[in-house]
Design a protein around this ligand. Structure first.
Ligand code: FE2
Ligand code: FE2
Length: 320
């Protein structure tokens, strides 16, 4: 069946009306090709980030200082795997295959968040990742619970609940370290010094350099610009840093009475560009690990497919 130009116009008008009325677009609804492509790119990038993000923290599971810390960290890393799976499932509702997206990730044809290309040098990094990285993720992701695409919005509701647990466990770990020895406090400060700026980069380029933002906002995929979210994150984090007793490494960070918001220093966009391009401290290692895990998992996928085929044959046999 071919769709006439008139019918396409009607479908497009329906789509625009639904989005404007804060309705949800569902997998079977008509959608513009650009909307579909934007969602696939954004959700896949998000899914890849959850999966690659397991590596910097996984690095410390065997070296966690107590059984309690190990159980918490294991649960958190496992949550991230679950987030990746919800999100890959959401992309599949748009007509792409998860295997295809995984290939694109390991061939470096699709991106993941630049933050996961930094190394985790001490156990304090685990606390700082929970506090700052999951904290930034929450700022980014809470508005996505109202995204116009139904499967994405629903996945985000669940993910955000777990992210807020992640943020709190990070904060609690840091509070424990800050109540410890001078060496422990110095370890926390060192981790904050290394993660603060990369966490600000998680919101993406400044609004003037983010060409897709306006269209994404018009489609109500995104609800706020990168700079708005970054500001919200800074304003949320400054009092938390004070409560912890750590210093955020930015001499220009101060409250602006007029704006009722914090001013902060310039982000090193060259560093951001380098890390996005693949030249960050850990890019090659992250991708090599992901590729190896994918190849080593081939027998599991083969076994699952063989089992599913056997079950299907049995069901068919029983029906006959
Ligand atoms: Fe996550
Ligand atoms: Fe998380």
């Amino acid at each position: 069946m071919t769709v006439t130009e008139d019918e396409t116009r009607d479908l497009e008008a329906d789509f625009e009306r639904t989005v404007a009325a804060e309705g949800r677009i569902e997998p079977r609804d008509w959608m513009p090709e650009g909307y579909r492509r934007t969602l696939i790119r954004q959700i896949a990038q998000h899914a890849h980030s959850e999966i690659i993000g397991m590596q910097p923290e996984g690095n410390w599971i065997l070296r966690a200082p107590s059984l309690r810390r190990k159980a918490i960290l294991l649960a958190k890393v496992q949550d991230e795997a679950g987030h990746g799976l919800y999100l890959y499932s959401a992309t599949e509702t748009l007509g792409v295959d998860r295997a295809e997206l995984t290939e694109k990730l390991i061939d470096a044809k699709q991106k993941y968040s630049s933050i996961f290309n930094y190394p985790t040098l001490t156990f304090a990094d685990i606390g700082v990742i929970g506090w700052l990285v999951d904290g930034a993720a929450i700022c980014n992701q809470v508005p996505l619970c109202r995204s116009s695409y139904g499967p994405y919005a629903r996945a985000m509701v669940r993910i955000c609940k777990e992210e807020s647990f992640h943020q709190r466990q990070g904060f609690e770990l840091l509070r424990t370290l800050m109540a410890g020895t001078d060496a422990q406090r110095a370890m926390v400060q060192d981790a904050v010094d290394r993660w603060w700026w990369p966490s600000l980069m998680m919101f993406g380029p400044a609004d003037g350099d983010s060409p897709n933002t306006q269209q994404s906002m018009a489609w109500r995929i995104k609800r706020h610009t990168n700079d708005e979210l970054r500001q919200r994150y800074v304003d949320m984090t400054v009092p938390q840093a004070a409560a912890l007793g750590v210093t955020l490494p930015d001499p220009e960070l101060r409250w602006n009475e007029e704006r009722q918001a914090h001013d902060f220093g310039a982000i090193d966009w060259d560093e951001f560009a380098q890390v996005v391009k693949g030249a960050g401290p850990c890019n090659a290692q992250r991708l090599a690990n992901r590729r190896a895990a994918h190849e080593e998992g081939q027998w599991v996928r083969d076994a699952a497919a063989a089992y599913a085929a056997k079950q299907a044959r049995r069901t068919e046999g029983a029906a006959a």
